[in-house]
Structure formats: structure tokens, C-alpha cells
Design a protein around this ligand. Sequence first.
Ligand code: SF4
Length: 421
Amino acid sequence: MDLLDTLTAKGLRGETPTREEALALLATTDDELLDVVAAAGRVRRRWFGRRVKLNYLVNLKSGLCPEDCSYCSQRLGSKAEILKYTWLKPDQAAEAAKAGVSGGAKRVCLVASGRGPTDRDIDRVTDTVAAIREADPAVEVCACLGLLSDNQAERLKAAGVDAYNHNLNTSEGTYGDIATTHTYADRVDTVQKAHGAGLSACSGLIAGMGESDEDLVDVVFALRELGSDSVPVNFLIPFEGTPLAKEWNLTPQRCLRILAMVRFVNPDTEVRIAGGREVHLRSLQPLGLHIANSIFLGDYLTSEGQAGQADLDMIRDAGFEVEGMGESTLPRHRADVAADAAQAPAAGGCGTAPAAGGCGTGGGCGPCGGHAHGHAHGDAATEAGHPDAGHDAPETAADEARTDLVRVRRRGAGTELAPNA
Ligand code: SF4
């Protein structure tokens, strides 16, 4: 197939495809699915071998957020019956992190709900990082605290934080449909602040909010231009009690095509399967490992994942290996750039202006959803599953509502029960 040959050749050279090629990939049919996975798998193995990076989420502060991100169970007015608690103490957070590291995670992601941290919150995170490092000096720490004010990224960097997560979530054109209390430009600004301070930028998207293929391609190209070192791909978990509760637009096949598109556009970047992996990929999760090189171990912020041991078994059974603490995730040429940025932070941001104009937070401060561009959600299976009317209809019908697979997190951080790791 010419398209896959072209995408593979470019990916093996570390080159980005054209928008048209990315759109054409999303329009491939289920008959071509294994060829798509195999092609993306060649690019994945070129840059990341058979390694799988494990990341572990610690929700430092859950629920009660004043922001209105439509996809989020922690949003203003959410009726989702999630855990709600204020800041964990440093020793509590370190205890939770320890469970993930013991399970094989090399990165701990410290997440707090809210618009953004106060300077006192930065102090709390500083103390928490110290407590985590005391137990595991080599562990990578990523913070996800929302929109950053001036000098907060520098303070996090000085505290020993390695990376900052803030997702763009969706295209600039649709951002106003999913959140009104902040803008896409606000999100871009925070990613640039983090990058400018020498923090590794982690920024991704949420698929399944009713967006078009063009929206997906827009946000993925914007992430590439923004210089994100890690791209979490969230699949919307339509939580009951949120505005997007009825948005069941994804199929496992569609999720694999989206992951493959993200891989081809970001051939040498960490691509992480984030929230919604179990809910939407289901029994096809192992195929996702052939495309992405990173996942979360165990539970998510407000929902439960499959057992941590099941994650480890899946990796081993699929012929992959857990990436070790001392191994570099990024290929040498990308790792060198990241190291240079960390040692000599730029004065004015990440250097590359994003094409579109907004960012969002990822794994921690959540994937988002939103009614994009007035698509008629759910009234036509092919439209919901594949809203790009300019391409042949995909062979997969829109997903059924698998509410049976959505489990609110009731264990780990903020509870008396042991974490899942
Ligand atoms: S995604 Fe983050 S900022 Fe938005 S509502 Fe959820 S916790 Fe608040």
C-alpha cells in the first residue's frame, strides 16, 4: 500500500508526514488495520525498540475544580461520584508513588485538580518531590498542576521536577466547545513556560469527544510543533455526571488508527496510551503496544484501570519489555536536545511557535471532550466513528456505550485501600 510505505519510510527517517497523509491514515478501513499496526510498529521499533515505559499517576488533590472542562469528572458542577479530597501530605504521596515504582514505573506523575497552583502549592509539591526522591532517587517526576504563572516552572525545575504535563487536548478550533474558563492559548502558554524553564514537555490529546479527523490532525501537528517530548493519547471516558457522558464515539479499531497517526506524526517522540485504554481498546490493547511505547500502570486519576499485574503480563505476553530506570526513553538525538534544554533553558519559551494555539493537560489534569464543530453525535454510526465526510466510510460502527467498563477509583491515593500497581 503506497500510503503505508510512504509513512513508514518517513517515520524511519524521523520525518513528519503531510496533513493529507495523516488524514488518509485515519480513513483506512478495518481490512487494512493490521497493515497499519505493522507499519506503525516498524517506526516504533526503529526509535524505541520493544521497550514500554511505565508511568504511575498520583492524584494529589481530587475533584472540586473551578474550571469547566467538559470531559472531566473533576470539573465545576460534575455529578460524577468520584473521590474528592484536598492535598495529600508529602509522605502520603510518597507512599502512593512507591507502590507504582515497585510495580515497575520509572516516572511518577503528580497531578492536582484546579486552574493552576498557588505559590504555596508549589511549596507542597517541592516537599512531595523531596519525599519521593528520598525513597527512590532515580525516579522521574512529572508535575501536572494546571496553568502556570511566571516563575513557577523555574521553581518546579529547581525542586527536581523533570517534566511538566499540560495537554492541548483538542484543536484550537474546537477548544472553546470543551472549556470556557480558559483558552487554548492559555494551555500553549503553560507548555511553553515549562519548556522554557528546562522541563521536559508532556502534552497530548483526548480523542472521542465528537471531534473531526481534521481536529485530531490539527492537535497532533500542533503538539509536534510545540516540541512535546511525550504525547499522551487519552480516549474519552464518558463519565456519568459530565456533559460528555453520552459521547461513546470510539471503537478499538478507531483507537488504533488514531494511535498510528500520532506515531507517524511523532515518530521519535514518546507516545503514551493514557486514560481510556481499557475502556476503548479492550482486548486489542496488546496491538496498541506495537504503536505506542508508553502506558500508565494501574489506575488513573478518578477511574480504575486493569490490575497492575495484568499490565505487566500483557507487556510480557506481547513480547515487549518494561523500560528500566536507567534507560533513556527518547532516542539519542531527541534526548540530547532535551538535555541541552534542561541545562540551558531558553528565555522565551520553546522556540517553536505552535501552529494552532492552545494546549491542554494530559494524563493527570485530564483528557477532554467536547462537542466539536456541530457534528451530529451518535446519529450516524459512520459519522460518529469517522466524521471526516471527505473519505470513504470506515467499516467499523460507532462504539456501544460500555458503561460497565467505567469504574470510579475507590482505592489508592486518598483512600485507606492499597493502590493498584
Ligand atoms: S481537566 Fe483539570 S482544569 Fe479541567 S476541570 Fe479537570 S481538573 Fe479542572
